[in-house]
Design a protein around this ligand. Structure first.
Ligand code: ADP
Ligand code: MG
Length: 338
């Protein structure tokens, strides 16, 4: 007797959700990245009970057609790539077409979305991958996604969530990373109706101060290098602002936050003896590189990345930071107007 069968879409989506949706913060990341990809200039994040009750992202981006509003919940459904060659030229945050399918498999979701050319918005309610209703409603241009009761149908996952303060800390981390990467976008964050952040559109230096630490205000040194194959841009904190705790070290590659202990070493090494051992300098460094020289398709959350020539990037980064710290000594103030 044959025993192999194809899994239903909703089970397949639930399994995929295990990779993409680990906790409320993963939903925050996926939804906010979608808003950025939809070219929103304003993104509001509304959280209740550290995301266990509600994660809502409201943007003023491109919105979706009524058909796309259904399609976006299908697995491997994306507007961002078409053919395999596109995988080597990714300029959007998303491209896997998995996030919304995964999220809808493990939560109760309400989507309101409207394009500029449409008179009415589409409202879709979907629960555990089942579309419950689709109707036309009044709503402003853009997309408003409310994710309720995450893991309502996966009790093991729900019980595995950490305490509210811990889950909220992860949410704030994701919010901060995206807000730092897009100073040209206005962001706000509310938790249980209390405003945590309201960030006006600003220059990067002001955004860093607004998001992280007011004491960085006159303490940032600009890094800028334009080599033939990468551009580096951003700021490092002057050595006196180095902190005992880690956490305010940011690399962005083509605006995507990434983790790299190798490149971290390049930056901290450049500080040499200007900082005490065991303390960590602030940095937010943006690497711009032709997407064909990197592979971001290593892990579903895309925080790891492979570079063609990591050694060269290490060397360039190190000299960019050294130069910045030197420049800091010469011109210790920068202009903070938005
Ligand atoms: P991906 O981002 O990898 O394409 P997602 O599951 O996150 O996959 O989203 C599927 C599709 O839904 C996107 O490709 C996009 O076309 C559409 N979409 C999702 N969120 C938004 C949004 N906020 N505004 C406009 N379109 C969106
Ligand atoms: Mg996406």
């Amino acid at each position: 007797m044959d025993v192999i069968r194809l899994l239903s879409d909703s089970i397949a989506n639930q399994i995929a959700a295990g990779e993409v949706v680990q906790r409320p913060a993963s939903v925050v990341k996926e939804l906010m990245e979608n808003s950025i990809d939809a070219k929103a200039s304003s993104v509001q994040l509304i959280i209740k009970e550290s995301g266990k009750q509600l994660i809502q992202v409201i943007d003023n981006g491109q919105g979706m057609s009524p058909t796309d509003a259904r399609m976006c919940f299908e697995r491997h459904a994306t507007s961002k790539i078409k053919e395999s060659a596109d995988l080597f030229n990714i300029r959007t945050m998303g491209f896997r077409g998995e996030a919304l399918a995964s999220i809808a498999a493990v939560a109760q979701v309400e989507l309101r979305t409207k394009r500029a050319e449409d008179e009415l918005a589409t409202l879709i309610k979907i629960e555990g991958s089942d579309i419950k209703t689709q109707e036309f409603v009044q709503s402003p241009q853009g997309t408003n996604l409310a994710i309720k009761n995450l893991f309502f149908n996966v009790p093991a996952r729900r019980n595995f969530l950490k305490s509210n303060p811990v889950e909220m800390k992860h949410i704030i981390e994701e919010f901060q990373r995206i807000a730092l990467a897009h100073p040209e976008v206005q962001f706000s964050l509310f938790h249980n109706d209390i405003e945590i952040y309201n960030l006006p559109e600003a220059k990067l230096s002001k955004r860093i101060v607004d998001v992280l630490d007011k004491s960085y205000r006159d303490q940032l040194a600009q890094c800028q290098i334009d080599s033939s194959f990468i551009k580096i841009n951003g700021y490092v904190g002057n050595p006196q602002t180095a902190k005992k705790a880690r956490g305010e070290q940011y690399f962005f590659v083509n605006k995507r936050f990434i983790k790299s202990s190798y490149l971290h070493h390049a930056v901290t090494g450049a500080f040499e003896s200007t900082i005490p051992q065991g303390s960590h300098p602030f940095y937010a460094l943006f690497i711009e590189i032709d997407p064909s020289h990197i592979d971001i398709n290593i892990h579903p959350t895309k925080t790891e990345i492979k570079f063609d020539d990591e050694k060269a990037i290490y060397a360039i980064l190190r000299s960019a930071v050294k130069q910045a710290i030197g420049v800091y000594n010469l011109t210790p103030s920068i202009d903070f107007e938005a």
